[in-house]
Design a binder for this molecule. Structure first.
Ligand code: UTP
Length: 477
């Protein structure tokens, strides 16, 4: 090794030792040139200046969540307007449609997660879910955008956030499926940042002798990733005003919703959210609340039991507004938040997870119990920073049934069942005699979003109800 290289290595070694991370170079002598390069690249991604503070505040100990003193349930716009709101909602739909027609709105999907609970080998968006055609999640969203373009005379853009571990597979999946009929130039992928995983005593873990154990930095990472990738500037150039944010795991989502967009725009909200009434007091969803004058989401694990079970004077659940991770963000809001990209950051949330790593003896371990601290930021932590944040209630059966787990609650099985039930309900409302057996539709039903985006749309599209035979599979496109 040249002398200057060896001096640089020694300088790095001392810096790492000072930061209590000297072990990162423990296997240097075993590595070839390419591996050394990769290791240096990985180390270069770590913010060592901020590390001591981060370790103290988030890694070595869990910061207890401090509940705002003055905590109230958040006020939400109802799913169906009251008599005094009918005109306002109708105007909002018109405004939403106009923004869509003029391509002032873009879809934004966060798809960088690791999907560990589902345990699917591939990007989660490639997971096949629809009841008849077994379409993957990405295809359902693509077809929704195609259907929206067709219905409102638009040519919308779709931004998809990936992470280093699934970027290549995700783009290859779209290419292999010819972008599901969308124009490739209207679909833009960008990658999110990563964070190292730490041992519980604050050491960055090595995934291999020459690679740090990095994981994606949370869906909240999309804000900085939008700026750093240049996507935010492209959006400004294209005249996009609002970003319609949704997660890759909810096949029932309406990726573009005129009412929601119109309300967000007309009320001057910088960040809006959809909510559903909680299924029970302790449902594992975030809770919309207002604390110290700010709208926020309080995670289910942070909401004290007495508040989770609290009732109002009419006996209704007080904290009933569950968060379903569907938002609208104004492009200008994201620009302002991230203008100082060095100092901007949403708070970190700590989770103790199983992370494979190289141990002190140089052997790679697959732990059988949680061994490492992972840090992620969450998009909903931007809500308290927004002006006029709006919350719109919606209907669970119509818009929310995520694929999180391999089995049980929020699994492929429940999500597919809910897609099937929704299609059956839409068909019934369009005048079809749908057979039911016990509480389930008798058969499999699927309606391509290219044909209809909701029940009313389906009614307009299908004048002549065909025969439905019990127990069969039925598909409309
Ligand atoms: P989840 O919090 O459900 O995480 O993500 P996950 O990674 O998909 O699954 P688990 O927890 O490992 O089982 C909710 C949404 O946020 C995206 C996911 O892709 C999903 O759409 N996400 C999550 C990101 O885009 N980046 C992240 O760093 C984390």
């Amino acid at each position: 090794m040249l002398q200057s290289q060896s001096r640089r290595l020694e300088a790095l070694r001392s810096r790492l030792i000072e930061a209590h991370q000297g072990h990162l170079l423990a296997y240097w002598d075993d590595l070839d040139d390419r591996q050394r390069e990769l290791l240096l690249e990985d180390i270069g991604q770590v913010n060592f200046a901020g590390l001591p503070g981060l370790l103290r505040s988030h890694v070595l100990d869990e910061q207890p969540f401090s509940l705002p003193r003055d905590i109230q349930p958040a006020v939400c716009y109802p799913a169906r307007p009251g008599l005094d709101q009918v005109g306002f909602y109708a105007d909002a739909v018109k405004q939403g449609v106009s923004l869509i027609h003029h391509n002032k709105v873009a879809a934004l999907t966060v798809a960088g997660g690791q999907g560990t609970r589902l345990g699917f080998d591939g990007p989660k968006g490639a997971f096949r879910i629809s009841p008849v055609k077994n379409k993957p999640l990405f295809q359902l969203f693509a077809e929704f955008i195609l259907g929206t373009n067709r219905r409102y005379g638009a040519d919308l853009r779709w931004y998809i956030m990936t992470s280093p571990h699934n970027h290549a597979d995700t783009t290859a999946f779209f290419e292999a499926h010819r972008f599901f009929g969308l124009k490739p130039e209207r679909v833009r992928f960008f990658q999110q940042g990563v964070m190292p995983a730490f041992s519980k005593d604050g050491k960055i873990l090595l995934d291999q002798k020459h690679r740090l154990a990095f994981s994606p930095d949370g869906h909240g990472g999309c804000l900085l990733a939008l700026r750093r990738s240049g996507v935010l500037a492209e959006m400004a150039e294209a005249g996009i005003e609002h970003l319609s944010y949704f997660q890759v795991d909810n096949p029932l989502v309406k990726p573009i919703d005129p009412l929601f967009i119109g309300l967000h725009d007309m009320t001057g909200s910088e960040m809006s959210s959809k909510t559903i009434p909680k299924a029970d007091d302790l449902e594992r969803v975030g809770n919309f609340a207002v604390g110290d004058g700010k709208t926020m989401v309080i995670e289910y694990s942070d909401l004290p039991d007495e508040l989770a079970h609290a009732r109002d004077a009419q006996g209704n659940r007080l904290f009933d507004a569950g968060s379903i991770a569907i938002h609208l963000l104004s492009r200008r809001f994201v620009e302002q938040l991230t203008a100082d990209e060095v100092h901007f950051g949403l708070p970190w949330h700590r989770a103790v997870k199983k992370v494979p790593h190289v141990n002190e003896a140089g052997r790679r371990i697959e732990p059988d119990k949680p061994n490492a601290v992972k840090l992620e930021s969450f998009i909903f932590d931007a809500i308290p920073l927004a002006r006029n944040p709006l919350i719109l209630q919606t209907i669970r059966e119509e818009e929310f049934s995520p694929v999180k787990n391999a089995t049980g609650v929020d699994s492929a099985e429940t999500s597919r069942r809910d897609l099937n039930r929704r299609a059956a309900r839409w068909l019934e409302s369009a005048g079809f005699a749908v057979p039911w057996r016990e509480a389930e539709p008798d058969g499999l039903f699927e309606i391509s979003p290219v044909l209809a985006l909701d029940a009313d749309h389906l009614r307009e599209q299908m004048a002549m109800p065909p025969q439905i035979r019990p127990g069969n599979a039925h598909y409309w496109e």
